[in-house]
Design a protein around this ligand. Structure first.
Ligand SMILES: [Zn+2]
Length: 452
């Protein structure tokens, strides 16, 4: 145990800072600063945000072609910004705009731009870029939040993740890093009983102090552990961090009971950044130093705190590739009251984000919906989609196709889906103009009528 703590300490204080410095990241200093500013009173935090916003917009006006043109056409002068509400003079940024201006959004002095491709919250793939500054700040924000729960970088961690690209390109460098950082990555894709039993064995062997991944995946593992009578509440898990999907109360209750540890919810995505993290008192605190959240109604009007609407995000650490008034498509409310933990970071509540269903292959294998989503995501010209599994023998896909959609696109979808679902599965591909929103299930882009 003593050795274990020493190893954690070595990683958090030596290995990780060194690695971040080599990558040109300022994560360590950023995290230290954020641990101060989280206790600041609201007006001091607000002053910091206004200053950072003015700097971001000022930089965009000179270095980012898209904003240089936009500000000129609007007659907008970033130097006049004196409050966060000045953002309302600017139009929203949404996925179609990013798609139409993918290169014009790059700053001409951008540093360390990395390309990302995400399914997005409505099943619409999106290509965008993230610079060094943003990586540092996002990692620092996540790190700060884990420390709220008594776990630190360097503590043994199991990450359950889904992207085959991220898993596939996990070259030696990444494996070395994971070894040093004591992070173990398990693929959340295939959820057959045999696979899940393997995950449970891995967890018992690794004895992770924290778990990180999709709530649906942990709930699934918890159900299996309970069913097979294997204990997971005695391996020393302190916190289960969940993200990327809507967390349901029944999932939280199940995960907490089986792992014997609290669930810490996180809200955010690759595109919009780490927007909010839950503190042990239960509030979802905004990463307010970097993230400005506006809540807007159907017509784009900004709503007062306490009212529910679409979550619009401005990320202040995005000078290399600005995200200014980005429409997330998710729904939420800014709380009117402060959290009892004493942190000045504003609280986001009633978040209704994406949810992903499990799908079931012909042979009974249960898979995360991402297994199918990535097949569409990797196909050019797919602007939006919705997958509906009707039975284990029949799955329907509705696709909104752009000009880049290949002639053999439908065939590739059928092949990819059959490889996962079963060779004789009937796959119907429909080309549609739009994907209609559902009532409460607005953000479900994988729907399964088959009980997992
Ligand atoms: Zn709190």
């Amino acid at each position: 145990m003593v050795f274990d703590r020493l190893q954690s300490l070595l990683i958090s204080s030596v290995v990780f800072p060194l690695q971040e410095r080599l990558k040109g990241h300022s994560t360590v200093a950023d995290r230290r600063g954020m641990e101060q500013s989280q206790w600041w009173p609201r007006d001091r935090l607000e002053a910091l945000r206004v200053e950072r916003l003015r700097a971001l917009l000022g930089h965009a006006a000179t270095h980012v072609p898209y904003y240089r043109d936009l500000f000129r056409s609007l007659g907008f002068d970033p130097r006049s910004v004196s409050a966060v509400t000045d953002l309302q003079q600017l139009p929203f940024l949404d996925k179609p705009l990013i798609r139409a201006n993918t290169d014009a959004l790059k700053a001409d002095d951008a540093r360390g731009l990395a390309r990302f491709n995400t399914g997005g919250s409505s099943g619409v793939p999106l290509i965008f870029y993230i610079g060094n500054e943003r990586v540092s700040r996002d990692v620092a924000a996540k790190w700060r939040a884990t420390r709220w729960w008594g776990v630190d970088i360097g503590d043994p961690e199991i990450v359950l993740w889904g992207s085959p690209i991220e898993l596939g390109a996990q070259d030696r460098v990444r494996r070395l890093r994971d070894g040093l950082m004591r992070t173990r990555l398990l693929p959340a894709f295939e959820m057959s009983d045999a696979r899940v039993d393997g995950f449970i064995r891995d967890m018992r062997a690794v004895r992770p102090r924290m778990l990180f991944g999709y709530p649906s995946a942990f709930a699934h593992i918890a159900t299996r552990a309970r069913h097979t009578g294997v204990r997971l509440d005695d391996i020393g898990v302190r916190t289960v961090f969940v993200t990327s999907e809507r967390l349901y109360d029944h999932q939280r209750t199940l995960i907490e009971a089986v792992f014997g540890a609290p669930v810490a919810n996180g809200y955010g995505g690759r595109d919009a950044g780490f927007i909010a993290h839950q503190c042990p008192q239960g509030s979802m605190h905004l990463t307010a130093e970097d993230i400005i959240v506006e809540i807007v109604d159907r017509d784009g009007r900004v709503l007062p705190d306490g009212q529910s609407g679409e979550i619009v995000v401005t990320h202040l650490a995005t000078r290399d590739y600005p995200f200014i008034r980005y429409r997330t498509g998710d729904i939420g409310t800014l709380a009117t009251a402060a959290c009892s933990c004493g942190r000045g970071l504003p609280v986001l509540q009633d978040i209704q984000g994406r949810s992903t269903d499990f799908i079931v292959a012909q042979d009974g294998t249960v898979m995360h919906g991402l297994a199918l989503i990535y097949i569409l995501r990797d196909l050019p010209g797919v602007e939006a989609f919705r997958i509906e599994q009707l039975t284990t023998d029949h799955t329907k896909v509705a696709v909104v196709c752009g000009p880049a959609y290949p002639a053999d696109g439908d065939e590739r979808v059928r092949q990819g889906f059959r490889a996962r679902l079963g060779r004789t599965v009937d796959i119907t591909v429909d080309h549609v103009d739009t994907i209609p929103a559902e009532g409460s299930g607005k953000f479900r882009y994988v729907v399964s009528r088959v009980a997992a």
